[in-house]
Ligand binder design. Structure first.
Ligand SMILES: *Cc1c(COP(=O)(O)O)cnc(C)c1O
Length: 389
């Protein structure tokens, strides 16, 4: 057994980021300012979108994107049951009604045919989630959106650096926004943070205003020498701006993103190779030709029909060997609030339920050593062999 605990995820923060945070703290300017603007510009160049708006979380980003495009009361927004609850909560806080469309059991992404079945005259937007960093079938989703004049907001919390058919996730387009997360488990971090990428100028202008109290643009620097003391409030806004303290970490991280993702891909490939013929575990489906998976998480399914233990028991046994695992996710419709409020129930989304019972995230982060990876493989194989039916 390992002496030290191997977590399922751990951020890699380099010394230069630590020095930059210190410098930012000493500079006297801690909140939204020049560093946030620099990070936005870098992100915009990285994704190829016209605008990048930094916020204090992806949750804030999803909420604001819905508001900026005028989604609200009486509107329906379709998303995946296999996501973090933030996706659904932001739809609710925008005032709209969440509608779920079941996933593809292989890719774990929302199935375009299922989206189409859920469209009503009230449907205004689709939020596809690029699960684990695997791009959704965007051509099918875009075709549906065009046909029904729907907005697309991509939940790209898992997908920083992923590519759909050679195009970076975040590269925008009309009636579209993409939201990224910089939570410490994500492919790059700012502690907490998020980014909204889009091409729509009008919506972008609204986002800058909405993220900071609804104050007219530029009011962020009202305390600086050249700042304006006066500002107007154009609409009621929120307090969702990113701090410069966060942005300097992001700048350092974004420079390393491609290197980070290459290491993640290497680890995922090793896991796939090791588990492809192992009884009791089903490795992630192959990636669609032309797409780039960015391996935010490595989440195989346990073939529990062939095991004497449940997924939860498996996670406990891994923990007993000092190896961390995580659960992404229980299906959204299995939580009590949504069941009470929207009448969702067990059986409504069979593919998501099948996955939610079997999925487990194994350790995957850039600083993992090859020895760490081999230890995980060995431990998984031992546990599965010991509990074969
Ligand atoms: C992490 C995550 C979010 C929320 O991101 P925050 O930055 O923590 O708000 C939203 N959706 C998905 C799919 C996520 O994994």
């Amino acid at each position: 057994m390992r002496k030290d605990f191997l977590p399922f995820s751990r951020p890699t923060v380099d010394e230069d980021a630590i020095a930059d945070v210190t410098a930012c703290l000493r500079s006297g300017w801690l909140t939204t300012g020049p560093k946030t603007i620099e990070f936005e510009k870098m992100f915009q160049e990285y994704t190829g979108s016209k605008y990048a708006v930094a916020v204090n979380s992806a949750t804030a980003g999803l909420h604001l994107a819905l508001l900026a495009f005028g989604i609200g009361k009486g509107d329906e927004v379709i998303t995946s049951p296999m996501t973090f609850v933030a996706t659904v909560n932001t739809i609710i806080f925008a005032g709209a009604t969440p509608v779920l469309a079941d996933i593809d059991q292989k890719t774990l992404n929302i199935l375009p045919q299922n989206i189409e079945k859920k469209i009503t005259p009230k449907t205004k937007a689709i939020i596809p989630v690029h699960f684990a960093g695997r791009p959704c079938d965007m051509s099918a989703i875009e075709t549906i959106a065009k046909k029904h004049n729907l907005l697309i907001i991509e939940d790209a919390a898992h997908a920083i650096g992923a590519k759909w058919q050679g195009k970076k996730i975040g590269l925008a387009g009309a009636k579209k926004a993409t939201v990224f997360s910089f939570h410490p488990t994500k492919n790059i971090t700012t502690g907490e943070g998020g980014m909204i990428c889009l091409d729509d100028e009008e919506a972008a202008e609204k986002l800058y205003i909405l993220r900071q109290h609804g104050m007219s643009k530029g009011a962020w620097n009202r305390y600086a020498a050249k700042g304006k003391a006066h500002y107007d409030v154009i609409m009621p806004g929120l307090k969702y701006n990113m701090m410069d303290i966060q942005a300097v970490i992001g700048i350092s991280q974004l420079k390393r993103l491609d290197k980070f993702n290459a290491r993640r891909a290497q680890i995922a490939a090793r896991y796939n190779e090791a588990f492809k013929n192992t009884a009791g575990i089903m490795i992630p489906a192959p990636v669609t030709q032309g797409d780039t998976h960015c391996w935010h998480i490595y989440s195989p399914l346990l073939d529990t029909d062939k095991l004497t233990i449940t997924r939860d028991e498996f996670m406990k046994l891994m923990g007993a060997q000092n190896i961390g695992t995580a659960l992404h996710y229980l299906a959204v419709h299995e939580f009590s609030y949504y069941q009470k409020t929207y009448g969702w129930k067990e059986g409504d989304f069979p593919a998501a339920e099948y996955v939610a019972k079997r999925i487990v995230s194994l350790p995957l982060f850039t600083a993992m050593t090859d020895e760490d990876v081999e230890e995980v493989i060995l431990t998984v194989k031992e546990i599965l062999a010991k509990h074969k039916k």
